[in-house]
Design a protein around this ligand. Structure first.
Ligand code: NAD
Length: 302
């Protein structure tokens, strides 16, 4: 078993919203990161986002230009998973939230990674136990659920699958602390803790809009000013991605067989129409104006 102090090389699968943030965070803490996505275009988008987020940190004098260059220098990109996971101590999978895709990726990882490599997933809701079961190392499979935006948010929800070992859990808890995060251990049930509580609130806010009780801005204002939430639930849904919210609700609906998790028909319609939130330019709010999503995010991030 690799100890936290011996961990140097990390592979991150997926350079989207979460993957680029996870790569950024490890690289800024001095790890060598191999960032993998399906195309050069996705990798470029991810690397551009990391560079812009580092620029913002330099402008706020949180890091120096040299720190920025070192962080970017710690990241290498790959379009081949097999090449990208060679010689790594840990893989953090942050590909699209889709069970079939994740099972396929973990089967491949199990086949090509060294037997000591720990396999973590950033899934928001899919069973760690089910993912682990397609590998020959279920004791080395664990949930490492970072929050969005990863470089800023302190929490990492650490999810133990049915077979995850104590050693692996301790290693990943300690590793999260070396990233400056606060790891919190939870067990493997649909939605874990974070989304089991958050998603019904987001879904209810969409249902409130769908029922005509109030408009988008009004619902968000009530929750921001009334409950001291830094961001309203509809705007948060836009930043998470409406497709991601829908997938998580479906996993909980299927997992618990309880209608309280049934996704609101308005959410289903918006996803079918391609209105996925900030990443597609439109969700409950319009983000088509240049960099509008980033401007809103930076206000929220202070
Ligand atoms: P995203 O759609 O922004 O990015 C997913 C990326 O994965 C894309 O760039 C896609 O090209 C890539 N990808 C798909 N298949 C791949 C493969 N086989 N190999 C390599 N790359 C592949 O999604 P996201 O929001 O970053 O979500 C990623 C994961 O993180 C999901 O499991 C999601 O549930 C979880 N998550 C999301 C959030 C959030 O706020 N968005 C928060 C916590 C966890």
């Amino acid at each position: 078993m690799t100890n936290t102090s011996e961990m140097k090389n990390i592979a991150v699968i997926g350079a989207g919203t979460m993957g680029n943030g996870i790569a950024h965070t490890f690289a800024q803490s001095g790890f060598k990161v191999q960032l993998i996505d399906l195309s050069e275009a996705s990798l470029k988008r991810g690397m551009d986002t990391i560079a812009r987020n580092l620029d913002r940190m330099v402008a706020k004098e949180k890091i120096s230009e040299a720190d920025k260059a070192e962080t970017l220098g710690n990241i290498t990109t790959f379009t081949s998973t097999e090449d990208g996971v060679k010689n790594v101590d840990l893989v953090v999978e942050a590909a699209t939230e889709n069970i079939d895709l994740k099972l396929k990726i973990f089967k491949q990882l199990d086949a090509v990674c060294s037997e000591n490599t720990i396999l973590a997933t950033n899934t928001s809701s899919i069973s760690i136990t089910q993912i682990a079961a397609v590998t020959s190392r279920p004791e080395k499979v664990i949930g490492m659920h970072f929050m969005n935006p990863v470089p800023i948010m302190k929490l990492v929800e650490i999810i133990r699958g049915y077979s995850t070992s104590d050693d692996v859990t301790t290693t990943i808890m300690d590793l999260s602390k070396t990233l400056g995060k606060v790891p919190t251990e939870v067990n493997d049930y649909p939605g874990f803790v974070a989304n089991r509580i958050l998603m019904p609130m987001i879904n209810e806010s969409i249902e409130t809009l769908y029922n005509g009780v109030a408009g988008v801005e009004e619902i968000d204002t009530v929750m921001k000013l009334g409950m001291a939430h830094p961001m309203g639930p509809l705007q948060l849904a836009d930043f998470i991605g409406l497709d991601v919210c829908l997938s998580i609700l479906n996993v909980m609906y299927d997992g618990f067989k309880n209608p309280k998790y049934a996704p609101c028909p308005l959410l289903v319609n918006m996803v079918m129409a391609g209105k996925l939130g900030a990443k597609s330019g439109e969700g409950f709010y319009d983000y088509t104006e240049s960099r509008k999503a980033e401007k809103i995010a930076s206000q929220f991030l202070k």
